[in-house]
Design a protein around this ligand. Structure first.
Ligand SMILES: [Zn+2]
Length: 68
């Protein structure tokens, strides 16, 4: 539980495992603000989608990725 940065309402933390990473989706019950966090760090939804894609890729078909 926390306080929403936007409206000051109550937020709920939903721990989620993406790949091998423990992420938290912080959601405000009042204004529906959604914020992804990894530890104390706020991360982009794009980053979350990347992690999800990576998790699926490494689990299923073997694809060589050329990411840095
Ligand atoms: Zn809010």
């Amino acid at each position: 539980m926390g306080t929403c940065e936007r409206c000051g309402g109550n937020t709920v933390d939903l721990p989620t495992k993406v790949g091998d990473q423990d992420l938290v989706l912080r959601r405000c019950a009042t204004c529906d603000l959604r914020q992804w966090r990894r530890g104390d760090e706020v991360i982009d939804l794009t980053t979350v989608l990347d992690l999800t894609a990576e998790a699926h890729a490494s689990r299923g078909a073997k694809r060589s990725s050329t990411r840095p």
